[in-house]
Design a protein around this ligand. Structure first.
Ligand code: IPM
Ligand code: MN
Length: 363
């Protein structure tokens, strides 16, 4: 009997539709090649729907999505909608409502891709950031009082409880044990680095640091533990990315350092991420936005969406298919594309998708 996975597809806004279509092609090719089936259903959440109906997400959205095995997302953000409405109303709402408490963002330089880091190779830029995705300053309490007066006060607190920190750290330790550099034959240790700011944020990162060492010592003695301040992490991400294996950090720090990481791996055309609820429904997306100026031109790079698809397959348990998709992406970057940038790839969006499909089918 063939396994069928039910996938909710949210193309979203702008170039989301174009990249998701190529992701879909790659996923379908992988399913055919590896003998499973994908049943994909589209949802029209995004800016156009909001402008027509005044609603960001219908009331039933979360329950509807819970019936799927995974969610495949394009991009959220519309030039005619005030910034924040769709991002908070769709992307963040879904992350929180579906309790996708992990944001998994590999920073991997593929063959043939140009990095702004001088003399660094795919061997040097190959680590993963695990960003806590359910709390911190993103969900902390806050408000504005005396708005519009000279005495105006704005507060937005970084709030973490032990439960949130602990579940994120446990996921990170498990992940490191399974996919760290030693596990992948790339080094002699599996190393998890906690990224924080214990020298200033002496409450929140005290909690993180204590939990990190307690859990590590008790349950993951085989995983090497390191601690890095977030500012120094940025420096080393540029200077010596080869030092890193798996990094775990808070929501806001993770947001910031993964844009830096994405740039070092060739930019938004290639960077993908997974919003993961290990016990529930996870959502996979390219990290880049909706790129209004490239929309509808068939010039945007779809590889980030295709890489998000590979991460989705891995999470669904289709490891061989996930590897095949990633190998196809490497083949395309290593042998075909002139650049990752929109309009400068040497191929159109759909041609890049075709190349990936061709390689998956043949190998
Ligand atoms: C990201 C984005 C989002 C975030 C925005 C669009 C809400 O920057 O996925 O990194 O801050 O998490
Ligand atoms: Mn971001």
């Amino acid at each position: 009997m063939t396994t069928t996975y039910r996938i909710a597809v949210i193309p979203g806004d702008g170039t989301g539709l174009e990249v998701v279509n190529e992701g879909r092609k790659a996923l379908t090719a992988a399913a055919q090649r590896f003998g499973f089936a994908l049943e994909m259903k589209d949802f029209d959440y995004g800016g156009d729907r909001y402008l027509q109906t005044g609603e960001v997400l219908p009331e039933t959205a979360v329950d509807d999505l819970k019936a799927f095995d995974a969610i495949f997302l394009g991009a959220i953000g519309h030039p005619d909608v005030k910034p924040g409405i769709l991002e908070k109303g769709i992307l963040l709402s879904l992350r929180f409502a579906l309790d996708q408490y992990i944001n998994l963002r590999p920073v991997r330089l593929y063959p043939g891709v140009e990095t702004p880091l001088k003399d660094k190779t795919p061997d040097d830029i190959d680590y993963v950031v695990i960003r806590e995705n359910s709390g911190g300053i993103y969900t902390g309490t806050g408000g504005i009082s005396m708005k519009g007066t000279p005495q105006e006060v704005a507060v937005q607190s970084m709030v973490y409880n032990r439960f949130q920190v602990e579940r994120c750290l446990r996921y990170a330790f498990e992940y490191t044990r399974k996919f760290g550099k030693k596990a992948r034959g790339k080094g002699d240790a599996n190393t998890l680095g906690l990224v924080g700011k214990t020298n200033v944020l002496t409450y929140v990162f005290d909690l993180w640091e204590r939990a990190f060492h307690e859990i590590g010592e008790q349950d993951y003695p085989d995983v090497t533990r390191e601690y890095y301040h977030v500012d120094a992490t940025c420096m080393w991400m540029v200077k010596s990315p080869e030092w890193f294996d798996v990094l775990v950090t808070s929501n806001m720090f993770g947001d910031i350092i993964t844009d830096l990481g994405a740039e070092t791996q060739g930019g938004m055309g290639i960077a993908a991420g997974g919003n993961i609820n290990p016990e529930g429904v996870s959502m996979f997306e390219p990290i880049g936005g909706s790129a209004p100026k490239y929309t509808g031109k068939n010039i945007i790079n779809p590889l980030a969406s295709i890489c998000a698809g590979a991460m989705m397959l891995e999470t669904l348990g289709e490891t061989e298919a996930a590897v095949a998709v990633e190998e196809a992406v490497k083949w395309v970057t290593g042998n075909k594309l002139q650049s990752l940038a929109a309009g400068r790839m040497g191929y159109s969006t759909s041609e890049v998708g075709d190349l990936v499909v061709e390689h998956i089918a043949k190998n």
